[in-house]
Design a protein around this ligand. Structure first.
Ligand code: BMA
Length: 337
C-alpha cells in the first residue's frame, strides 16, 4: 500500500460556508443524518434531492447498538441555493415503504441532472442481490419518479452529463471489481446510451493510480458542468489508513474522502484533458473532522455554475449534514492548465 499522506488541504480558491446549509433538525420528518445531496437550478429555483438516514442518534448508536431504521430520499427547494430551503412534507422514497419492490432495500446518494428540460436522478440502490445504479425520470412536480434503467451489480455511483454528446447520453460510473482489484482499487468509467436505458461502449476514464493522494478508491460525484474549456468534473477520492481508530459513531472508520477535480474533453468526455494533482476539497472544519457519523468525509453530489462565474459545490460532510463551498470558475480552470 502506498504511504498515506498525513495532511490534505482544501485549495485556497475554495470558500467553504462556515456552517452546514442543511442539518437533521431542518427536516419535517424523522432524520438522524442528512447528506449527499444533488442540486440543480430548475424553473427559477434550486432543487435539492438529499439522502436521509433516520431512526437512531449518536447516543443510541454507541450505547445501545441501535442502528438506523431506514433511509429516505427527500426534496427541498430554495430561491438562492444557500438558505431558506423549503422541504416537501414527505420523502420521495423510503426504504420502509411497504409498497416498494421487495428486491430493493433502499435508494441513496441521489444526483440530479436536467437533460433537455427534464429531470433525471441517478440513485445508488442496495438490492438483495447486490449494489446497483438506478437511473430515474423525476416528475415535473418532484413528487414521484420512475426507474428507467438499472445496472448489474456492483455499480452504484453514477452521474449523468446534462446533454447528449455526439448524439448519445453519457454517464460516469464506478463499478466495484473486487476479485481483480484488491483493496478497493475502484476506478471511474464512462458509458454511453442511445436512450438512457441501454448502456454500453464503456471505457476506463480515470484509474485510482492516476490520483496521487489515493490508496483506495475514486468515484464520480456531481454531474459534470460544461465550460468553454471542457467538462468541469469533480470526483471523490479516498485514502485509507488502518491505524485510524474511532472517527465517528462506529467503532472504527479508517477512510478519508476528499473531492478531486478534472477537465474532460467537450466533444469526447472519455478524454481527461487535465487533472488537478491535489485535492480540491479536503475535510478540515469541525463538522468535517470532529463531529458527525463518519469523520473526514467530503462527498459532493451537486455542482451549479452561476451566470456570474461562481461555482456552487454541494457536499455531504461526515455523512451527517449538507455543506456548500463556492469557487470562481476561472480559478478552477486555472488549476487545470
Ligand atoms: C460511500 C457511500 C457514501 C458515503 C461514503 C462515506 O461508500 O456509502 O454514501 O458517503 O461511503 O461513508
Amino acid at each position: 500500500m502506498p504511504p498515506v499522506l498525513p495532511e490534505l488541504k482544501t485549495h485556497p480558491c475554495i470558500k467553504k460556508r462556515e456552517k452546514p446549509i442543511i442539518t437533521a433538525s431542518d427536516l419535517p420528518y424523522p432524520c438522524s443524518l442528512v447528506f449527499n445531496a444533488g442540486v440543480v437550478k430548475y424553473r427559477g429555483e434550486y432543487i435539492m434531492v438529499f439522502r436521509n438516514d433516520y431512526g437512531t442518534s449518536r447516543e443510541l448508536y454507541e450505547n445501545e447498538n441501535k442502528k438506523f431504521a431506514g433511509t429516505s430520499i427527500g426534496v427541498a427547494r430554495s430561491k438562492n441555493g444557500i438558505d431558506g430551503w423549503v422541504f416537501d412534507s414527505v420523502p420521495l422514497a423510503d426504504s420502509n415503504d411497504p409498497c416498494k419492490d421487495p428486491e430493493l432495500k433502499r435508494y441513496y446518494d441521489p444526483r440530479i441532472t436536467i437533460i433537455d428540460g427534464k429531470l433525471y436522478l441517478c440513485l445508488a440502490a442496495d438490492t438483495r442481490h447486490g449494489l446497483q445504479g438506478a437511473i430515474a425520470e423525476l416528475s415535473d412536480d418532484l413528487k414521484s419518479f420512475r426507474i428507467i434503467s438499472m445496472s448489474v451489480p456492483d455499480n452504484r455511483n453514477m452521474a449523468l452529463f446534462p446533454e447528449k454528446i455526439g448524439g448519445e447520453y453519457v454517464r460516469l460510473e464506478r463499478p466495484m471489481p473486487v476479485y481483480s482489484r484488491n483493496n478497493e482499487k475502484f476506478d471511474i468509467w464512462i458509458s454511453r446510451s442511445p436512450d438512457l436505458i441501454y448502456w454500453g461502449r464503456s471505457k476506463l476514464l480515470l484509474g485510482t493510480e492516476s490520483v496521487n493522494w489515493v490508496n483506495d478508491k475514486i468515484g464520480p460525484t456531481a454531474p459534470p458542468v460544461k465550460t468553454e474549456k471542457g467538462w468541469l468534473t469533480l470526483f471523490h477520492a479516498v485514502d485509507r489508513d488502518d491505524s485510524r481508530g474511532k472517527n465517528g459513531w462506529e467503532q472504527s472508520w479508517k477512510k478519508r474522502y476528499t473531492a478531486g477535480l478534472m477537465l474532460l474533453d467537450c466533444e469526447d468526455p472519455s478524454k481527461v484533458i487535465a487533472l488537478y494533482d491535489k485535492p480540491l476539497i479536503a475535510p478540515e472544519t469541525p463538522e468535517e473532522t470532529e463531529e458527525g457519523f463518519r469523520h473526514n468525509v467530503i462527498f459532493p453530489c451537486g455542482m451549479v455554475l452561476e451566470d456570474d462565474g461562481e461555482v456552487k459545490i454541494y457536499y455531504g460532510a461526515s455523512d451527517t449534514c449538507v455543506c456548500l463551498a463556492t469557487a470562481k470558475l476561472d480559478d478552477l480552470l486555472e488549476l487545470l492548465k
